[in-house]
Each structure stands twice: as structure tokens, then as C-alpha cells.
Write a protein that binds this ligand. Structure first.
Ligand SMILES: O=C(O)CCC(=O)C(=O)O
Length: 296
């Protein structure tokens, strides 16, 4: 019988790293909030880099929404070929909204292709944290900048990241950075800590010739949605998410945006299937934290 537990929250210490209790807490909850992981100035620099990229990419993104409720983008080549490039995706139903505020997210290879995002994603502190928590050799597969613009940013329904970032064995870990305060009003995440011990509900995969996608149902899950715990996160917090942890976020109903940067990793030792939606060209190999910087 799985029980929903408290979401563990610690203050990150720049000198000593994660506190000793963090590893056991992560293993028990499948999530971990580390406040003070990123300096406010580093958050601001990444916000500026995100706005710069968004301005560059918004025009070609017109007509390409990211639908985190019904997944309607899932068969579009614009989405399916975005694993090794940088693209913007729009919010749904934003006629009349200023186009820059109508961007839902950037994805999915900023950590390899943009100097600011690469430097942030490969900071020493992340490699050290993964060693402290015993996370193996995580390789950076996917990056996203999720804007949740004020009064525009849409909801993300309950899901497990291993559904989309599948490996054998499952090794997906999400690293979610609050570049701005994430509050109940502007779309903080909610999760079911402890429920990473349950099964994977479904897997998203490419069909046939790779031009379409579908979901394979794996297990009937019975998540207690009303027990979801808010993961409010002050600016600079890092939230770690186990690939099987059910989590979601609400629409932004406030006047404040909620910029978050996320990295999703798979372990170097795991098999990464050729029918996963996210594929990369051979000349952009996966790297672990800090390995072979492109823009050093
Ligand atoms: O940032 C959000 O609102 C949702 C992020 C998320 O679900 C993810 O990174 O897997």
C-alpha cells in the first residue's frame, strides 16, 4: 500500500552541498526541494537568455501550440523533430494575446546549443549533487524553459516523466529550477510524494515509420489526486523529480510569470529505445554534467 508522504525540503549549502538527510528523503519521496540552489543573479541571467531566445524563435512557432492537456502537438513534425534543436511552442487559445507572452515553452536542446543554457546546465554543483545523492551517471537529454506567463500560462496535467523519457531500466530524473518564485497562484507544481514506488502508467512512443505517436497503456493506476502536495518553490530552488513521480501544475491565474528551467536525464548505463519520441542526431552525443563543454 503506497502512502503519500511529505515533500522533503532543504536549504542547499553552497559549501557542503546537499545535507546528509537528503539522500534518504529523496529515495522515500521521489522528489526533493533544495532551496537556494541557484543564486538570484544566475536566475536573472537565465531569464534574460530565455527572453532573448523566445524573441528569436517566436515567429516560426506561430501555429505550433504545446498542448499539455490533450497532447495534440504529438503528431506534428515541428514537435517530433525538436529533440536536437531549439524551438518555441505556443500556448493554446491565445488569440489577441501579445505573441511574446503567448509562448508556452522553449525546447529541447538548449543545454547543448546555447552558451548560456549550456553553462548553467553543466555547472559543477549539479555533478556534485548527483554524486552526493548516488544518482549514477545522468546524461542530459532534454531541456525546457517553461514560461507560465502571467494570466496566460496553461495547466500541465498529472503525469510521470518516464512516460515521455523512457529507458530500460527506467532512469529518468527531472531537474526543475525555479527562476522566479513558484506560488500557488502562478502555477507551482503539485506532486504525489511516495507514489514513485507505484508502476508506470503508460509510455509515449513513435509509431511505424516514426512520423506518428501513440500511448501504450502499461498499468492501471489509482493516484489519490486530492492528496497532491504543492511544491511551492522560492526563486533559486531546485526540485528533483523521480521519473515515476506523478506531478502536475495549474494554470497561472496571477499577474506574475513563473519561469522554470528543466533538465531531464537518462543514465549512461540504460538502453534508450529508438522509438522514444525524443531522438538526437549522432553528432550531438549525450553528455553528463560538466562533460566536454561546447562553448567553454
Ligand atoms: O513546469 C511545469 O509546470 C511542469 C513541468 C513538468 O511537468 C516537467 O518538467 O515534467
Amino acid at each position: 500500500m503506497i502512502k503519500t508522504v511529505t515533500a522533503p525540503r532543504f536549504t542547499f549549502d553552497l559549501v557542503h552541498g546537499a545535507p546528509a538527510a537528503a539522500k534518504a528523503a529523496w529515495e522515500a519521496a521521489g522528489c526533493l526541494i533544495l532551496e537556494n540552489f541557484v543564486a538570484p543573479e544566475a536566475c536573472d541571467a537565465l531569464i534574460a537568455a530565455a527572453d532573448r531566445l523566445s524573441d528569436q524563435l517566436v515567429e516560426e512557432a506561430e501555429g505550433h501550440a504545446f498542448d499539455a492537456v490533450d497532447n495534440q502537438h504529438a503528431g506534428e513534425d515541428y514537435f517530433l523533430s525538436s529533440g536536437d534543436v531549439m524551438r518555441a511552442f505556443m500556448e493554446e487559445n491565445t488569440a489577441g494575446v501579445d505573441r511574446k507572452r503567448a509562448v508556452n515553452k522553449l525546447g529541447h536542446a538548449m543545454h547543448d546549443l546555447d552558451p548560456d543554457f549550456e553553462a548553467f546546465s553543466h555547472q559543477q554543483q549539479l555533478g556534485r549533487l548527483t554524486r552526493q545523492l548516488g544518482l549514477g551517471t545522468p546524461q542530459l537529454l532534454q531541456s525546457m524553459l517553461i514560461f507560465k506567463h502571467a494570466r496566460v500560462g496553461g495547466e500541465v496535467t498529472m503525469h510521470q516523466d518516464s512516460t515521455f523519457i523512457f529507458s530500460q531500466p527506467e532512469t529518468c530524473i527531472g531537474f526543475w529550477f525555479a527562476l522566479q518564485d513558484a506560488t500557488l497562484e502562478n502555477g507551482a507544481m503539485y506532486a504525489l510524494p511516495g507514489w514513485h514506488k507505484g508502476p508506470l502508467e503508460r509510455r509515449f512512443f513513435r509509431t511505424g515509420d516514426g512520423a506518428g505517436t501513440d500511448f501504450e497503456d502499461l498499468s492501471a493506476v489509482d493516484w489519490p489526486l486530492d492528496e497532491a502536495v504543492p511544491l511551492e518553490a522560492p526563486k533559486g530552488s531546485l526540485i528533483l523529480l523521480h521519473g515515476r513521480l506523478p506531478h502536475r501544475s495549474s494554470a497561472n491565474v496571477s499577474d506574475n510569470s513563473r519561469y522554470a528551467y528543466t533538465l531531464h536525464t537518462v543514465d549512461a548505463s540504460a538502453h534508450y529505445p529508438a522509438d522514444n519520441w525524443l531522438q538526437r542526431r549522432d553528432d550531438l552525443p549525450l553528455r553528463t554534467f560538466g562533460e566536454g563543454m561546447n562553448f567553454a
